[in-house]
Design a protein around this ligand. Structure first.
Ligand SMILES: [Zn+2]
Length: 544
């Protein structure tokens, strides 16, 4: 306590004029004091750390001041003001209902209201977090709140107005406090920094303000934390490292990569972010907020909704010019879906990677209506609609393609016309499931006739993460052979789709060892599983 005082206390405003970000409200309060129109109960609502209790104390001090200044502030030097300054005034009584919410505490408070003030005119009772009072305490309090002595003023404060009973709300004059804007917070932190003899980059203060999420008290304690760490010079780099905030440069870079369709760069950037220890959903939400900011900056009217400092705003405006609104809508929707599915996902990293690829692909989906060069329609990586269709198709309506596939003999030698592999991949083929499947098919055509070639031709590769895919085969003999071809296959796919690296795995599925048992072995196995067979065999005197 001695020597060092936390900034939130040290820089607690002492006058209405120095309260940050609540201009309209403090003006109204001042006016009502000057004109003598005082209510007997006030309710201050708003998020934490925006100045509710501070304003209540300033209010109490002014109405008790012996000679208020012309513009309605307390003089600061009279007997009452001195008592307030030295925190020994008997005219202010504070109850924190978060920790004292019982009937006893309220009865105590009511007792206090019976004693008139010795110095000054009013006794002010501040009840913080009033929504936390127990029902019994509320009931004990209601009567006094309704008809307090003429020298009593209640100031109730709450972060959760909706939890208050109508009987309380109707008895109070209600004031709604604003969240602090980033701009206001930064301006205030700048002043505090100057008084503390600390230099600070505006970007760093903006990060602090953002982290505080609209509360000045939090902003000041984060400021203290960063100041201790930064040694007199608060830089952006140090601040984001100290607060574990992801550098917004990453988001600007990623959007540029989306626009350029630079999937490999997107993947390596995301990898970098993961390596810094950021959670995938934290990152996706940050990206989503960035995209939202870009959308706001598409129009001058909404640019002001962007709560940040001027330099960063300018960067947003520049990047927004390059983004079509349709792309931003789609990207925001995809990021939102990713956020919703994140908790349920078994492979969270893959989910984020797929989302990023889809966002990059959605840049190109515009062309159709624009009527310029023919639109490149890229199918989503996992085309759910298509899968669904083929699954739910009625057996009677088996398509010719399906028939062709099912007729295909296992060691496929000659592909049917429908299944014929594409001659080449387009030069700008993207890395998606469709092109990957095509690349694998193309590669199979370079192999000698046989099981590996057939399996690869029929394969539907499965993406495991952004640079790894898996081929499923149905027997271990083929698997062993196929392993010899994997390096060549990955090299082929890497070249065809212009990827920095590709890994291929092979996995045996639906391999049924019983299928290769002799009939006698198979029967023995069946008997094991179903003893009734053995009884049947015996009863019927069968010799199987
Ligand atoms: Zn005074």
């Amino acid at each position: 306590m001695e020597g060092y005082m936390v900034s939130a206390r040290k820089y607690r405003p002492m006058t209405f004029d120095s309260v940050v970000g609540q201009g309209a409200l403090t003006t109204t309060l001042k006016k009502s004091i000057q004109t003598g129109h005082l209510a007997h109960a006030y309710l201050f609502c708003g998020p934490r750390g925006v100045g509710k209790t501070t304003c209540a104390r300033i209010f109490a001090k002014i109405i008790n001041c012996m000679s208020p200044t012309e513009d309605g502030e307390a003089c600061g030097v009279c007997e009452s003001c001195m008592a307030f300054n030295e925190q020994r005034s008997l005219n202010i009584y504070e109850l924190d209902a978060a920790s004292n919410n019982g009937v006893e505490e309220i009865k105590n408070l009511i007792e206090q209201t019976r004693i008139p003030p010795q110095v000054g005119k009013y006794k002010v009772f501040i009840i913080d977090e009033v929504h936390m009072l127990s029902n019994a305490a509320f009931n004990a309090f209601l009567k006094t709140l309704e008809e307090p002595p003429h020298y009593v003023i209640f100031i109730l404060a709450t972060t959760e107005k909706h939890k208050l009973l109508p009987t309380i709300l109707s008895r109070c004059q209600i004031y709604d406090f604003n969240r602090m804007t980033i701009k206001d917070t930064v301006a205030h932190l700048q002043k505090v920094a100057e008084q503390e003899g600390v230099t600070a980059e505006p970007d760093a203060l903006a990060v602090i303000a953002e982290k505080a999420d609209g509360g000045m008290r939090d902003a000041l304690s984060i400021f203290d934390q960063v100041t201790a760490y930064c040694d007199g010079n608060i830089t952006y780099k140090q601040t984001i490292a100290n607060l574990n905030v992801l550098d917004y440069d990453y988001y600007f870079k990623l959007v540029d990569y989306f626009l350029g369709g630079q999937i490999p760069e997107i993947m390596t950037t995301f990898n970098e972010i993961v390596n810094k220890g950021f959670e995938g959903n934290h990152f996706i939400n940050g990206l989503n907020a960035h995209l939202r900011n870009l959308l706001m900056c598409r129009d001058e009217g909404t640019t002001k909704l962007l709560d940040t400092n001027d330099d960063v705003r300018q960067r947003y405006i520049e990047q927004a010019k390059k983004c079509k609104p349709q792309f931003l809508y789609r990207a925001i929707r995809k990021c939102t879906d990713c956020d919703i599915n994140y908790k349920l996902s078994q492979n969270k990293r893959l989910l984020v990677e797929i989302t990023l690829i889809e966002v990059a692909q959605s840049v190109q989906d515009d062309g159709a209506s624009a009527g310029r060069r023919p639109a490149k329609i890229l199918k989503p990586l996992f085309n759910r609609a298509a899968v669904k269709k083929s699954v739910t198709a009625a057996p009677a309506a088996v398509s010719t393609t399906a028939a062709a596939v099912s007729k295909q003999p296992t060691p496929a030698s000659v592909p049917t016309a429908k299944e014929a592999a594409p001659a080449v991949l387009p030069p700008d083929a993207k890395f998606d499931l469709e092109n990957l499947t095509r690349a694998v098919k193309l590669y199979s055509q370079t192999l000698p006739q046989g099981g590996v070639r057939a399996q690869l031709f029929r394969a539907t590769p499965q993406l495991l993460n952004a640079d790894t895919f898996e081929i499923k085969v149905d027997n271990p003999a083929i698997e062993a052979q196929m392993r010899q071809y994997l390096p060549a296959l990955s090299e082929y796919v890497k070249k065809a789709l212009k990827l920095p690296s590709v890994k291929v795995m092979v996995k045996v599925v639906e391999y049924n060892p019983e299928a290769v048992l002799s009939p006698a072995q198979f029967y023995a196995k069946m008997k094991e599983k179903n003893p009734a067979l053995a009884i049947l065999e015996k009863e019927m005197q069968l010799h199987l």
